[in-house]
Design a protein around this ligand. Structure first.
Ligand code: GRF
Length: 190
């Protein structure tokens, strides 16, 4: 069997990263080869370690180096890279080395609420401010244009006028945990 190796890049809590790790435990077709974070304080590092997954913490200097991520992924024989709340810029060399093999999750229905500054609570606050009747998640490939790579799947959830940013965040997180790992499995094994 040709086992696929995935790397997960995350910067924060890593609830999605953990969900993905658990999803593939016991599935010999897919191995989470490592979780990378750009800070040793990121909760995702200790949580991944508890689940027995290799972790890598990169320095700011490494994250800004044009070839660091690419060499790391090639050395580890990575087939797909999953961005789950990774807040550093993805260098062009990595995108070139992994065309349509880098998958990101965005916590809104792109092209709405994407682009510069649209991450984390900023997204949900903007959605609340505009009294949107729905929001959702977008799972997409990463290309050179920020938040504009080919969309793989979108899932939406209805909002009520009284939903604040925190409630919207929790509704979006439920969608992420329900769908992201399943979509990754489809992409990686197809
Ligand atoms: C998620 O909302 C994801 O859509 C976004 O960053 C957040 C990461 O959350 N890209 P977590 O660290 O996985 O809990």
């Amino acid at each position: 069997m040709n086992q696929k190796h995935i790397a997960i890049f995350a910067s924060g809590n890593g609830s999605n990263a953990l969900n993905i790790i658990k999803h593939f435990q016991g599935n010999p077709a897919v191995k989470v080869a490592f979780v990378l974070a750009n800070s040793s304080k990121a909760k995702v590092i200790s949580s991944a370690e508890e689940l027995g997954v290799k972790t890598i913490v990169c320095t700011n200097q490494e994250a800004e180096n044009e070839t660091y991520f690419t060499s790391l992924c090639i050395e580890n024989k990575i087939d797909f890279i999953i961005l789950a709340g990774f807040l550093r810029k993805i260098p062009a060399s990595l995108i070139k080395a992994y065309p349509e093999k880098i998958v990101n999750i965005h916590p809104a229905l792109l092209p709405k609420y994407g682009g510069k500054g649209m991450y984390g609570m900023n997204v949900h606050e903007a959605v609340a401010l505009n009294n949107e009747s729905e929001t959702g998640i977008t799972i997409h490939f990463v290309n050179e244009e920020f938040d504009k790579g080919r969309i793989i799947a979108q899932f939406s959830v209805a909002l009520s006028p009284k939903d604040n940013a925190a409630i919207i965040q929790s509704k979006v997180q439920q969608l992420e945990h329900k769908y992201f790992a399943n979509i990754i499995e489809k992409i990686v094994t197809s």
